[in-house]
Design a protein around this ligand. Structure first.
Ligand code: FES
Length: 415
C-alpha cells in the first residue's frame, strides 16, 4: 500500500468524498458513478428485502413445522399405529406397501421385520423436524430431513393415489425442499437465547482459544466451532423431541383413554375384545361413527327358533337403521366390521379395513358412503362396497350375514 493510500485511508469518509469529487472534476478524469437517490434507497433496503423473503416463508414454515410435530406425536399416542398388525397399524401399512410401492424390496428387508421400531423412528424424526423448523435450529438440515420423509411417504403411502396430484406427500416434499433451499432468512430463530449465541464460538471453543492464546499456540480451526454448534443444536433438538415424545406417550393414552378403548374394540388389535357389556357403544368420531355393540363372543350362537340360524350374533334388526350401521368385530379376522341396512331393506356387512393401506373406514351418514379418513378412499355399500373414489380400486371385503326375521337377530355366517 502506497503512502498516499495510507493517508487516504486515515481520512474521514467526508474527506474521502471531497477527494473523490476533486478527482472527478479534473479534466479528462474518469467520471465516477454517483448513485441516484433511488439507487441509494434500493441499496439501503437490500438487507430488509432479504428479510422479506424470510417473512414470506414463515407461513409455510409454521404449517410444515406444526404439521410434522403433530403427525409425529399423533403416531405415538395412536393406540392402533405402533403395532405389527391390525387396521391402521404400521405393520398393516407395510404389508400394503409391499403390493403398491416401488420401494417394496426395501420395505420387505428393512421395514417388515421391525415395524414398530420403524414406526417409532419415523414419529421421532417427524417431531425433531418439526422442532427444528419452528425454532430455526439446524433449519436446513431439518428441512432436508422433512423432504426426505415426505418423499418416502410419497413413494409408499401415496404411490397408489392416481392422479399423483391427489396425494398429499408430494406437495409436502416440494414445500420442504423450498425451505431447505431458502433457509430461515435470519427470521424467528431461537439462536439469540442459546448460551453460545453471544459469540461466534461455543463456550468450549472460547476456552480452547484462551488456552491457545495463553500458550502461544495457533488458534483452533474455526470449523471446529461450527461443527460443535451443529452438534449442540442437534443434541438440543433430539433431547426436546425425546421429552415431547415421552410426554405424548404418557399423556396421550390418558387423554384418549376413551378413544383408545373404543379403537381397541373396533380394531381387534388390542386383544381387549372380552368384557362385553350389553349396551352398544359408539366409536370415536361422532357423526360418522359406526355404532359398535359390545364385542361379541366368537362362540357360535345356538340355532334360532326357525332352526335356520347358526353363526355369531352381531346385532338386532330393531337397532339397525339406514343411517346408523352397527359395528362389530369379525371374530375370524379380528377386523372392525359393520352391518348396514340399505335403503332397499337389504342387510349387508363389510370388513371396514380400507383396501388401500389398512385404515378403518367410517360411515358417512350424509352421503350413505363408507369413507376412509386416511386418504379419502370412498366405498359404496349399496353396490358391494365398490371403491368409487380415492387411491384404491378394490372393494371392501363383504361378510355373509343371516337375519332371523322372527327374532330380528342378525348373525354372521361362515359363508
Ligand atoms: Fe389410504 Fe384408506 S388407507 S385411503
Amino acid at each position: 500500500m502506497s503512502q498516499r493510500d495510507r493517508a487516504q485511508r486515515r481520512r474521514s469518509p467526508r474527506d474521502a468524498e471531497y477527494v473523490a469529487r476533486d478527482r472527478s472534476s479534473r479534466p479528462g478524469a474518469p467520471q465516477e458513478h454517483t448513485p441516484s437517490a433511488d439507487e441509494g434507497k434500493a441499496w439501503i433496503e437490500a438487507p430488509s428485502r432479504q428479510g422479506v423473503s424470510g417473512i414470506a416463508l414463515v407461513p409455510l414454515r409454521i404449517f410444515l413445522g406444526v404439521t410434522f410435530l403433530y403427525a409425529g406425536l399423533d403416531k405415538l399416542v395412536d393406540p392402533a399405529f405402533l403395532r405389527d398388525a391390525g387396521p391402521g397399524s404400521i405393520g398393516a401399512q407395510m404389508a400394503a406397501f409391499v403390493h403398491t410401492s416401488p420401494l417394496a424390496p426395501l420395505v420387505i428387508v428393512f421395514g417388515q421385520p421391525f415395524p414398530i421400531a420403524v414406526g417409532a423412528g419415523i414419529a421421532l424424526l417427524e417431531i425433531a423436524v418439526g422442532i427444528g423448523t419452528l425454532t430455526g435450529l439446524l433449519f436446513r438440515a431439518c428441512a432436508a430431513a422433512g423432504a426426505a420423509l415426505a418423499i418416502l411417504f410419497w413413494l409408499t403411502a401415496s404411490w397408489a393415489i392416481k392422479p399423483y396430484y391427489y396425494g398429499p406427500d408430494l406437495p409436502f416434499a416440494i414445500g420442504w425442499i423450498t425451505l431447505a433451499l431458502a433457509g430461515t432468512g435470519g427470521m424467528f430463530t431461537v439462536h439469540a437465547w442459546l448460551p453460545w449465541s453471544g459469540s461466534a464460538a461455543t463456550p468450549h471453543e472460547q476456552r480452547q482459544r484462551r488456552l491457545a492464546a495463553a500458550r502461544g499456540r495457533p488458534m483452533p480451526d474455526a470449523d471446529d466451532g461450527v461443527t460443535r454448534r451443529a452438534v449442540l443444536e442437534a443434541g438440543l433438538i433430539g433431547a426436546t423431541a425425546l421429552v415431547l415424545a415421552s410426554l405424548g406417550a404418557v399423556v396421550g393414552p390418558i387423554v384418549r383413554g376413551r378413544d383408545a378403548s373404543a379403537v381397541g374394540s373396533s380394531s381387534g388389535t388390542s386383544g381387549g375384545l372380552s368384557g362385553a357389556s350389553a349396551a352398544p357403544v359408539t366409536t370415536a368420531d361422532a357423526g360418522t361413527a359406526v355404532t359398535t355393540p359390545a364385542p361379541t363372543s366368537s362362540a357360535v350362537a345356538p340355532a334360532g327358533p326357525t332352526g335356520q340360524t347358526a353363526g355369531t350374533p352381531i346385532g338386532s334388526l330393531t337397532h339397525l337403521r339406514p343411517d346408523r350401521p352397527i359395528g362389530f368385530t369379525d371374530p375370524t379376522t379380528g377386523d372392525p366390521s359393520a352391518v348396514l341396512l340399505l335403503p332397499n331393506g337389504k342387510v349387508v356387512a363389510y370388513d371396514l379395513t380400507c383396501t388401500h393401506a389398512g385404515c378403518t373406514v367410517e360411515y358417512d351418514p350424509s352421503s350413505g358412503l363408507l369413507i376412509c379418513p386416511c386418504h379419502g378412499a370412498t366405498f359404496d355399500p349399496t353396490h358391494g362396497a365398490r371403491a368409487i373414489a380415492g387411491p384404491t380400486d378394490q372393494p371392501l371385503a363383504a361378510l355373509s350375514v343371516h337375519v332371523d326375521r322372527t327374532t330380528g337377530q342378525i348373525s354372521l355366517t361362515s359363508s
